[in-house]
Design a protein around this ligand. Sequence first.
Ligand SMILES: [Zn+2]
Length: 294
Amino acid sequence: MVVIEKCPVCENTETELFVATQDFFLTGESFNIVKCKVCSFVFTNPIPEKNHLTAYYESPDYISHTLKKWDVKSYIYQKIRKINIKNKFKIVSKYQNNGHILDVGCGTGELLKYFKDKNWETTGIEPAEQARNFAIENYQLDIFPENKLQQFGDSKFDVITMWHVLEHVVDLNDRLALLRELLKPGAKMIIAVPNIESYDAAFYGKFWAAFDVPRHLYHFSKQSLTMLIEKHGLQLEAIYPMKFDAYYVSLLSEKYRKSGIAAYPKAIINGYSSNRQASRSGNYSSMIFVVKRK
Ligand SMILES: [Zn+2]
């Protein structure tokens, strides 16, 4: 295990325990999440060593969503994914009509395929080999492993997107500095992350599925994400909600709480409550941050 000595955002060393939780998704191992006493940034600490982290992604669930299955759950999942893709496209289109998009952590490439069909130039980064090969073979996309990020040279992108990716990136500051350089001046980066200040985060506590330790290394709020991007010469432009996430995260959290058959109705009630509270507070379960290269 690696102890993070300094807060990744403000570099101070003083932290306090935020929550003690577990890897409910895969291994059952315990992990602590701490909060910086100076800037309030919340992060998992300690974390597994970098080359050991990949083992925490080795679950059939990480790819199975893409395979065509014909049960009700898969049907709903596919439907929601289609709506999500359209919503993501709509948000990007508000800022940029066409050009070259880089999707970092593109998974099996469905979003990039959608952009490609709308005549965008598309490039993807995906560390998981299986997902990468799926995207290349099925959608003929240009998808590369992570080390490609250092090799783009002078190529610049009109939009860079990271959908539920930044919370997984070990070298957080290096990554943001690099991505900023890959943006054309004034171009947008779109960062979607779970929100620790949401109703569902407070409601589920250590069972909150979006803590997802040790895969999630950072646990953002509007305030901490804003501090982080400003440190890297980026400016917050807009925030959008991800309303389906409230239901999805509630359902997984209920599963982790071992709610059995009651998980579904409870997830619907809590997902709805989360979105309703957020309509007043702005603190949705997950949020999309549109940031601009200054
Ligand atoms: Zn800090």
